[in-house]
Design a protein around this ligand. Sequence first.
Ligand code: ADP
Ligand code: MG
Length: 251
Amino acid sequence: MTTESETAVRPVVEIKNLHKSFGDNHVLRGIDFTVRQGEVVCVIGPSGSGKSTLLRCVNLLEVPQQGQVLVRGEDITDPDCHLDAARQQIGMVFQQFNLFPHLTALVNCTVAQTTVLKRKPAEADRIARANLERVGLSEKITAFPAQLSGGQQQRVAIARALSMDPALMLFDEPTSALDPELVGDVLTVMRKLALDGMTMLVVTHEMAFAREVADRVVFMDGGVIVEQGPPADVIGNPSHERTRTFLRRVL
Ligand code: ADP
Ligand code: MG
């Protein structure tokens, strides 16, 4: 639901005519889309269609050859942009959890707070504990990654990202590396975040999740957005044959 005052607010992310190639592999072929405050957008599409590349362009982990990426109105592709400040507004959760193996769950969640945001240790500790509680891991704060299940590690990764107070959370197939019985706990945490109003851009193959949680579903194929809209349309009643073919394979 968007009110008039909200539409006046700048979108959290605005992508305009984005092109990205690796050598002569033209991976993103003119992507335009917007994520508004509080929106949950799920990106679906076949393997190799450019979903991860798109997500990585949003925080300039990949540098596009053409087009603009605006984060809250600031063009992060502009060489004069203060990229670190823009990146601090974006939390990212990967398929592989990328935790620091030699640090406890708690310290995984405090280290960037103290080094990057210059928070005092006591404050960082309080925020980390609150976020570990939010993902259901209060009991595990002293555990090291190797002592945790994949689902627990991914929830630490989410708590770590949340501890930086991001304006936007990017998720790249956060449950794809998990054993099936561990997927539900991570999706439950993400569902809760969505209900709390977090702005989220999620690449996922979990169609039930996308259907239930997404405000909008974006279907990508061959480096373009083939269609986007409410999940009931894109997943429930797609207008394009390419979307139908993809959904027949994954549903
Ligand atoms: P998806 O996430 O939809 O599976 P990707 O964005 O990972 O797709 O990949 C899209 C295409 O870009 C693929 O052809 C892949 O091989 C290529 N690609 C992705 N990252 C790189 C890279 N760092 N170097 C070269 N090619 C890449
Ligand atoms: Mg990918």
